[in-house]
Design a protein around this ligand. Structure first.
Ligand code: NAG
Ligand code: NAG
Length: 243
């Protein structure tokens, strides 16, 4: 009985000391606690064999150019990336009730999602380092603006005088499917393109639809498969008087 009481007391004492260490009072405390031993250069997984699953979405903002001859499109978009970081989790009730934290994108590991179909004279990656939002459950959300020129390889039968199809491909630049996989957002699967963000300002073209799907691909020189998301965009020429 005495031994039992003693260990119970020890547990309570240890519990109190332990939780005092973890409790934080404000955002600054929480950030320090989370990032004390954080290494942004390694994949944020508990186990080396775990795969980081990134959701890749695209919200078109406006069409800068559709070049049917050159088979390229120029777009302003928001890239919407979401993944889990196993090191960046906390219990809100023990951390001043904080549910999320907004911090510099450069401070966290990010999947190196690139536009595989990028034209050589454009950015392969988003270059504007807006903040990421980290939720207490470890979900990280990053929505950088991304303007690019993409190559398209439309099938001949898909091109009419009024429409132009372009398929954009995105995926991790370096990680194969054992490390990072990418998946489309649910709302991009069916006609989901962010109508709420799209400004139909191009004089000649409008974006009629956008759908997304994911697949895996092998490259001849590498043994592993790579995961990618494909966005199928259908542009339609606007009717103009006199044409
Ligand atoms: C956050 O709380 C700690 C005590 O836990 C305190 O030392 C620090 O000054 C506080 N910082 C801010 C910005 O309130
Ligand atoms: C984590 O929380 C955010 C915000 O509530 C939510 O959108 C997200 O789906 C959650 N992630 C997981 C893996 O449950």
């Amino acid at each position: 009985m005495a031994a039992f009481s003693f260990s119970l007391v020890m547990c309570l004492v240890a519990g109190t000391v332990f939780s005092n260490v973890l409790y934080t009072e404000n955002e600054s405390d929480l950030r320090k606690t989370l990032f004390e031993n954080y290494d942004k250069l390694v994949r944020p997984v508990r186990d080396m064999d775990d795969v980081v699953v990134a959701t890749v979405g695209l919200s078109p903002l406006r069409i800068r150019d559709v070049d049917v001859k050159d088979k390229t499109v120029k777009l302003d978009t928001w890239l919407v990336l979401r993944w889990q970081d196993a090191s960046l989790r906390w219990v809100p009730s023990e951390n001043a009730g904080l549910e999320e934290l907004s911090i510099a994108a450069n401070d966290v590991w990010r999947p190196d999602i690139a536009l595989y179909t990028a034209s050589p004279d454009t950015n392969l990656f988003p270059s504007v380092m807006v903040n990421v939002v980290i939720f207490h459950n470890g979900t990280v959300l990053w929505i950088p603006p991304y303007s690019f020129k993409s190559m398209c390889s439309p099938q001949d039968d898909e091109v009419t005088t009024d429409t132009f199809r372009c398929t954009l491909e995105m995926g991790s630049w370096t990680y194969d499917i054992r490390r990072v996989t990418v998946h489309e957002r649910e709302q991009d699967v069916m006609q989901g393109m962010g109508r709420e963000t799209f400004k139909d300002t191009n004089e000649k073209w409008t974006l009629e639809s956008m759908t997304a799907r994911s697949e895996e691909r092998m490259y001849s020189r590498y043994p592993e498969r790579y995961s990618l998301v494909k966005f199928d965009l259908l542009f339609r020429k606007k009717a103009r008087s006199g044409e």
